[in-house]
Design a protein around this ligand. Structure first.
Ligand SMILES: Cc1cc2nc3c(=O)[nH]c(=O)nc-3n(C[C@H](O)[C@H](O)[C@H](O)COP(=O)(O)O)c2cc1C
Length: 216
């Protein structure tokens, strides 16, 4: 198959993106962050509902507050593990998982990414009319839409020489922040770090297509 240069460039962009967990301290230019968010919000979304929202956590006080909440949550989990062999393994896992969460406070850019109930979904109209049990579809649609937006954001970052990482581990350790002015139903789904990478992880093993795709 012969691909156009743009198509080949896109393949390379997708394959070379890595989750970056160590950043240079300087902040990326503000217009780079705006450009990343600009690509995020053009993502497809269920019924064009655009339920994704991004909250930039720039204030040192907010970051400190989150970090303290995370430390308290981790210590609560560790205190709950008894001194048994099985629990020792779990304690180690908690500590490993912690390393995949705490680095976000060193990132020059830290976003909380989440969703709002920006519209009444079709399924919810049916439920309101008594025609359908309440189900997970509206939430699934919001999560899918956010995932689409995040991919646009990450790939745009890659074109700008910036690294990113999506994190959900912090949410295991703490109660998420809900403060998005004017959006009381903001539900945070993950954090996103961004900045200039100082360490690019080795690529994982190439995915074997037959695991992920077949025709039936
Ligand atoms: C939903 C989701 C949650 C993730 N949570 C974390 C996390 O909490 N901490 C972290 O370091 N990486 C996290 N990652 C990044 C994955 O570990 C990473 O994508 C995976 O190991 C593949 O590596 P790559 O992104 O460099 O290709 C997350 C990725 C996704 C999509």
């Amino acid at each position: 198959m012969s691909l156009s240069p743009v198509s080949e460039w896109f393949d390379q962009l997708v394959r070379e993106r890595r989750s970056i967990r160590a950043y240079r301290p300087e902040a990326p230019p503000a217009d780079h962050i705006q450009a990343m968010l600009g690509c995020a919000v053009w993502a497809p979304s269920a019924s064009n509902s655009r339920p994704f929202r991004f909250l930039e956590l720039a204030s040192p006080a907010i970051r400190r507050h989150l970090e303290q909440a995370m430390i308290a949550g981790r210590d609560r989990l560790l205190a709950g593990t008894a001194e048994t062999k099985a629990m020792k393994a779990l304690r180690n896992r908690i500590r490993v998982y912690w390393r995949y969460a705490e680095f976000m406070f060193q990132a020059p850019v830290l976003l909380a990414a989440g969703t709002v109930r920006s519209h009444t979904a079709f399924a919810e109209h049916l439920t309101a009319a008594g025609l359908r049990e309440e189900g997970p579809q509206p939430e699934t649609d919001r999560n899918l839409s956010l995932g689409m937006a995040l991919m646009g954001l990450m790939l745009k970052a890659q074109t700008l020489g910036l690294g990113t990482c999506i994190l959900t581990a912090p949410l295991i350790f703490m109660e998420p922040p809900q403060a998005l002015p004017g959006q009381p139903d903001f539900q945070i789904k993950c954090f996103v770090t961004a900045g200039f990478p100082i360490e690019i992880p080795r690529p994982p093993a190439a995915p074997a297509m037959e695991t992920f795709y077949r025709t039936i």
